[in-house]
Design a protein around this ligand. Sequence first.
Ligand SMILES: CSC[C@@H](O)[C@@H](O)C(=O)COP(=O)(O)O
Ligand SMILES: [Zn+2]
Length: 208
Amino acid sequence: MFDVTRYAAAADTIIAAGRFLYGQGWSPATSSNYSARIDEHHVAITVSGRHKGELGAGDVMVVDLEGRPVQSECKSSAETLLHTVLYDIFPDVGAVLHTHSVNATVLSRLLPPGTPLKLEGYELQKAFSGVQSHESVLEIPVFDNTQDITALAEQTKAWFADHPEQPGYLIRGHGLYTWGKTMADCLRHVEAFEFLLECELETMRVRP
Ligand SMILES: CSC[C@@H](O)[C@@H](O)C(=O)COP(=O)(O)O
Ligand SMILES: [Zn+2]
């Protein structure tokens, strides 16, 4: 069983994150899903289909690390397994955020299949936990979009088990997944990604 006080604290961070991310235009039209770890075996996650700018306590539920609902009749995010595999392979991950920004959607469609997004030479890469220099090379994988979330969860799990230092991934024509030790770290990662994705798109515009 999970601690209710810890659940309430996790839900509060999710609700506040939703208000911010929706306000930025990165979670339109009920898209996106957010989660925060409660303990070793439980995660608070958004209920499927809810408006992410207007989340309340009833829009956040608990699942275990296999993605099964715990003490809830609600249906958790359709992409629950994409969250739980990350908590499973990274014991220090405390929050996962998935967003649907225009930049993530457009850039992921422009990159040729099989080509990761290579981020190199940007000072803002240091906003990612563990990155010390603009000279580090980040290779952000772009997975093909699919409605088979179980298969995609297996794919992402295998890739990140081998590349634990990479801070996130894109799904083509769909959006961004990133995570952090705390919700604050995770929100900083979303912001960093958004800045860097926009830089990449702008670079393509002026230097096609
Ligand atoms: C509103 S379309 C977006 C959804 O298909 C999905 O990708 C998404 O991000 C939200 O799904 P949800 O089940 O609410 O977590
Ligand atoms: Zn989505």
